[in-house]
Design a protein around this ligand. Structure first.
Ligand code: 5AD
Ligand code: SF4
Length: 478
């Protein structure tokens, strides 16, 4: 096996600690030493998992391009390949092992190719051990040290050894890092990092560190800059955006941030993800008052059963969740609400699952990400004995999906005959001469046109047809 330089290995125990230390904000400065390290070389980044990872990949692309690397479209023929990984469920990891296997073969033919793995998976002790022992990977780093990327690449070239640096601390805030954004009209904007919720099934608080908010000035300036550069939409990112500001000890919350960002002139603001307990009145009022805050909310419920919610450590009940939903519907009557749901949590009974179905019907979700519970090592739920068979879990998932699919369809049907505003993304993959984008309520909308100059513009579309996964309509000339 290739030699390795262990700068640091992950520790779930360390990652769990919430030490009372100040979170540092680092302002990124490129060291001249690494300026030309990527000159004449290409890179490719595989991104898995959540929008947080997509945003992180944009930063890594920015750092790599500032070193001279050029983006490639073919991973197997790139000089540097990074896998920005997710470990939220077992199946997210399975895909990554497959790609690592393919790259292993490719590296045998091209020994100069560098392969790096980063993001959430290396934060797990077991995964990092397996990567080091069984795969031909040159650089292994986690979620807290993207800004060390030039140095890690330098070390890998220089030493020809595996370079491992996974930090299991609180994390930091990285400002001023270069970014290569995927879109020219929609942008991710991190407002906070980490999670302190410790839902018992979830690995995120261990992989992403302590909840820490960016300074409001940095966020507002980033959005103002995006407006200047022609961006139409921002999606504010955090594991629990409703906790924004709590760690700063200021009298300034997520709702205040929405009111302030509304004044920047950005046309559309979305945000994800919300926690039902922390979703407050001010945020809901901002959804009513701010023209740019879109009438869609993703509010993960996870389960509709009070006992399961308690064991999940979600800190709300069915009734409390419903009272937030009802208040939202009062303030924003046409709001579209989507959610995340886990079925087959350890020892979930049929009756408890029925409570989830009841809640889904009562809320009228217009979309849901549905998952079978997946044990994650190091989390409390992974230690619970489970008496629900996998067959039963699949059966529950299927019944749930049948119901949530009706919600998707109804969510589209309610717009038939109406004119909606669509931010145009691209040509449709579904058929010739169609373009597509998202409406204010986050409904994927296709319309007849082959005018590519519409990409990045907001157009009016009269909806003529509703399908489960999208709507179809005609462009309405102004
Ligand atoms: N098993 C299944 N689903 C999970 N999620 C988080 N952890 C797990 C797990 N261990 C789901 C939750 C969360 C979404 C991002 O992923 O529904 O909201
Ligand atoms: Fe995981 Fe819960 Fe934090 Fe969401 S709020 S990231 S589910 S621990």
């Amino acid at each position: 096996m290739k030699n390795k330089i262990n700068i640091s290995l992950p520790s779930l125990k360390e990652a769990k600690l919430r030490r009372n230390v100040d979170v540092s904000t680092i302002r990124y400065i490129m060291n001249d030493k690494y300026d030309n390290l990527g000159k004449g070389k290409t890179y490719y980044i595989f991104t898995y998992g959540c929008q947080g990872n997509e945003a992180d990949s944009e930063v890594m692309a920015g750092i790599l391009e500032s070193m001279g690397y050029v983006k490639s479209t073919d991973p197997m023929n790139s000089d540097l390949v990074l896998l920005n990984t997710c470990c939220i469920r077992e199946n997210a990891e399975q895909r990554i092992w497959g790609v690592l296997g393919q790259l292993k073969g490719r590296k045998r033919e091209h020994p100069d190719m560098l392969v790096g793995i980063c993001g959430c998976m290396p934060q797990e002790e077991k995964a990092t051990k397996k990567i080091i022992e069984s795969y031909d990977v040159d650089i292994i780093f986690g979620t807290h040290n993207r800004h060390h990327l030039p140095e890690l690449i330098f070390k890998a070239y220089e030493s020809k050894a595996k370079v491992v640096e996974v930090l299991s601390n609180e994390g930091l805030i990285l400002e001023d890092a270069p970014k290569i954004r995927e879109s020219k009209h929609k942008a991710w904007v991190n407002i906070m990092f980490g999670c302190d919720e410790f839902c018992t099934y979830c690995i995120v608080p261990y992989t992403r560190g302590r909840e820490r908010s960016r300074a409001k000035e940095d966020i507002i300036n980033e959005v103002k800059d995006l407006v200047k550069n022609g961006y139409k939409e921002v999606t504010l990112l955090g594991q629990n955006v409703n906790a924004y500001g709590k760690d700063l000890g200021l009298d300034y919350t997520f709702g205040d941030l929405l009111y302030d960002l509304d004044k920047t002139g950005i046309e559309r603001i979305r945000y994800t993800t919300s926690h039902p307990r922390d979703l407050d009145e001010k945020t809901m009022l901002a959804m009513r008052d701010c023209k740019s805050v879109m009438p869609h909310l993703h509010l993960p419920v996870q389960s509709g059963d009070d006992d399961i919610l308690k064991i999940m450590n979600r800190k709300y009940t069915y009734a409390e969740y419903m009272s937030k939903i009802n208040r939202l519907k009062e303030l924003v009557p046409d709001i579209s609400i989507t959610t995340d749901i886990i079925v087959g949590f350890p020892n979930e009974t049929e009756e408890q699952f029925q409570n989830t179905l009841k809640l889904v019907r009562e809320v009228g979700f217009e979309g849901a990400f549905t998952f079978i519970y997946s044990p994650r090592e190091g989390t409390p739920a992974a230690k619970m004995k489970d008496n629900v068979s996998l067959e039963e879990k699949h059966d529950r998932l299927n019944r749930l999906i049948e119901l949530t699919n009706q919600g998707y369809l109804k969510g589209h049907q309610r717009f038939v005959g109406q004119t909606v505003e669509v931010l145009v993304d691209e040509e449709s993959k579904n058929g010739d001469g169609m373009m597509c984008g998202y409406s204010k309520h986050l409904k994927l909308t296709h319309f007849k046109s082959n005018d590519k100059s519409l990409i990045g513009k907001i157009v009016k579309v009269k909806v003529t047809e509703a399908k489960t996964w999208f709507m179809i309509g005609d462009l309405v000339e102004d």
